[in-house]
Design a binder for this molecule. Structure first.
Ligand code: IPE
Ligand code: MG
Length: 232
């Protein structure tokens, strides 16, 4: 969800004002995804590297999360959304951690859509924490074991990754999980993101041929059900 700061700067507003608009964009996007029967939505809200931002911006983002939790969780839950907050709990305040845990618990039985809000998340952190856990349990570090142990193990690998804000990079998001993810980059700043932009990304995605290492001919002769790594 990139571009909040630039959105605010264009309007001569403080960066935190852009993040506030970003929460509105997320609310809109969740609604659009529910309407389109999206089963899993994963957003990057705060990266392992975002701690390096000015302190008032970091605390502003933390406060926004606390506020959004108290405002949004009841509505999300009513709409059948199951919440998860993949990320490193180290460095988060006990109050925030308690809020995240409670939101996960109260929405655990919901089945319409999974919403992963990655907070204090980094793709490298995720791979390292999974390997560390396997090693501590004396298990062999295999691809399958790592898949089961990453912070996103409760969902399939993402089909589509949308990056707003115009940068053409992954910035340490789902490094392990995005091996075969289709990438969509848009100039649209996150606070401007809406259902129309989501549909543009979906239309682009629908026109792609996903070969998962196979040839185009193999896919057409074997039918659509073979060749995929995941059905997510
Ligand atoms: C939001 O956008 C990303 C978050 C960490 C919440 P930015 O704050 O990175 O916005 P730009 O890139 O400065 O425009
Ligand atoms: Mg940015």
């Amino acid at each position: 969800m990139d571009g909040n700061g630039r959105w605010a700067k264009k309007r001569h507003l403080p960066r935190v004002a852009g993040h506030k608009q970003g929460v509105d964009a997320l609310r809109r996007t969740v609604r659009a995804c529910l309407e389109r029967d999206v089963q899993v939505l994963t957003v990057f809200a705060f990266s392992s590297e975002n701690w390096n931002r000015p302190q008032d911006e970091v605390s502003g983002l933390m406060e926004l999360l606390v506020l959004a939790l108290s405002r949004e969780v009841p509505k999300l839950s009513k709409n059948g959304v199951q919440l998860h907050f993949p990320g490193d709990s180290a460095g988060l305040s006990p109050r925030l951690l308690q809020g995240l845990q409670k939101a996960e618990q109260t929405t655990a039985g919901n089945e319409r859509m999974v919403l992963n809000v990655c907070f204090n998340y980094g793709g490298r952190w995720d791979i390292a924490q999974a390997a560390r856990r396997l090693a501590a349990e004396g298990r062999e570090i295999t691809e399958a074991a790592l898949c089961e142990t990453t912070a996103l193990a409760h969902v399939g690998d993402p089909d589509l990754l949308i990056r707003t804000g115009g940068e053409m990079r992954i910035s340490n998001f789902l490094l392990w999980q995005s091996a075969y993810t289709e990438l969509f980059f848009t100039q649209c700043l996150w606070p401007d993101f809406d259902a129309a932009e989501l549909d543009r990304a979906f239309a682009d995605f629908a026109a792609r041929e996903r070969r998962f290492g196979q040839t185009s001919e193999q896919l057409t002769s074997a039918g659509p059900s073979s060749g995929g790594l995941s059905d997510a």
